[in-house]
Design a protein around this ligand. Sequence first.
Ligand code: PEP
Ligand code: MG
Length: 582
Amino acid sequence: MISFTLHGIPVSRGIAIGRAHILSPAALDVQHYLIAADQVEAEVARLQSAIATVHTELQTLWSELPKDAPAELGAFIDVHVLILSDPMLSEVPLDIIRTRHYNAEWALATQIEELSSQFAEIEDAYLRERKADIEQVGERVLKVLTGSANLLPKPGELGDGAPAMIVVAHDISPADMLQFRDRAFSGFITDLGGQNSHTAIVARSLDIPATVGVSHASTLIKQNDWLIIDGDAGVVVVAPSNLVLEQYRERQARLARERKKLGKLKKTPAVTIDGTPVTLLANIEFPDDCPQALDGGAHGVGLFRSEFLFMNRPAESALPGEDEQFASYKQAVIAMKGRPVTIRTLDIGADKPIDFIEHTSLNPALGLRAIRFCLAEPQMFLTQLRAILRASAFGPIKLLIPMLAHAFEIDQTLALIEQAKAQLRKQNVKFDEQLPVGAMIEIPAAALALPLFIKRLSFLSIGTNDLIQYTLAIDRVDHEVAHLYNPLHPSILFLLSHTIATAAKAGVPISVCGEMAGDTRMTRLLLGMGLREFSMHPAQLLSVKNEIINSDLGVIEPATRRILRTYEPTAVADAVERLQVL
Ligand code: PEP
Ligand code: MG
């Protein structure tokens, strides 16, 4: 096979080498996971049994056909029985389970997809229409299969010999991405997506190389192709030569050595050369992420994205209730052993839709998302506030409110917090009466009206992902405008430095919790603007600390002031690059 290279947007760093596993949209609708070697025959039997069940169903349908039913109906069932008995449907998926270790649903969906695309190319119209029959029979079997739940294998359960797998998909939603958290995948490639889409953020939090916005990747790359992802450059090499493979393996080994070296910084204080201490915090999606945060030497959690608790829920339990949420928040605060945990209230909408909640905005990024949604659903919001307040009896918690822009939104939120407190007092439930409440500064209007926030709240955290999206008017998940997503645009640098300086002057703690905080190319620039609190993925903590302990504010601050007076894009980019070597 001829080797070729594809280019996309680098979203999660490092090198991944492995075999392609294409997730077709149809396969995404069913569960897809790998079967441990000793479970393969059981999985084969599960599919065989589902096929047998559908056989019986079809026979019953036949025998129960009313006498006056049109003759085509019987013929139609006959065709379905024939399709079901054909080895293409009854045997090939079994081979897929045996050779690729896919679960039954995934194996079947893969084969249906393959057959459908073959049929779609047939010239004869009658035969071409059989495509729909194949899909219907496949759906019948899938329906029987999905009646049974399965446990997902964890990494390591697949045996050491299995080659690493790289997921290739047209698009992956943040909820789908979460399903990969505990699986044995080593990299991601998608056709769509932007630098700071939540899918990209989850890939970074999994700490596996990923490249998104690789147009047509899912059609150009074939199942089982050898792939290399260069997550730093956003490059994907398909079917690499041995020489190229060797070069990347060497780079992979060098990165592993560098990582190991960074590991030694875990207990080193995050203090600049001139003696200025810096606080390094972790962004988490689940309480289970806390051990990784502590491993990276985090001083606390700067952003707990609570909305992830609301995703991928089994239908019967709908949204997590107060007790379930309380258990998660308490787990996080206990895991952090006395370090502060900043819980952000539900930030749903835009690219984080949630099942069971209708999202009807014409333009979701500008619609009823985050705090706007919570204020429109006060009962749901109060449930979350009570759960967070209850957890605050077990350790230091801070409450962070997303997407605020208006004074009345702050006032209504504070009133609801008071209401939640009053409800708990009535029930004699303990909580932290002084629970600090802060705002995310992620809408330009907020950054330009800081006194509104400073007067009412006790801390601020800049969400650069949304701040950039809204300032530059580009959808952060749209790959067609991803090239316009520029953290170094003078307007962004102005809003950042203005917010940091205004908060510092007022004595209000300020952090950055957007992706810029975990980007080592931005560390010195943010330090130069006066930032002393950075919140990022646990995997980035030690690299950012490494930058900090090698930075001298005496040199960086005047250089940053000069950058803030520069407006030419190349001059700004060059000057920021030069900051790295000062
Ligand atoms: C941000 O917008 O920068 C942020 C941290 O929040 P999220 O990425 O979850 O929108
Ligand atoms: Mg945001």
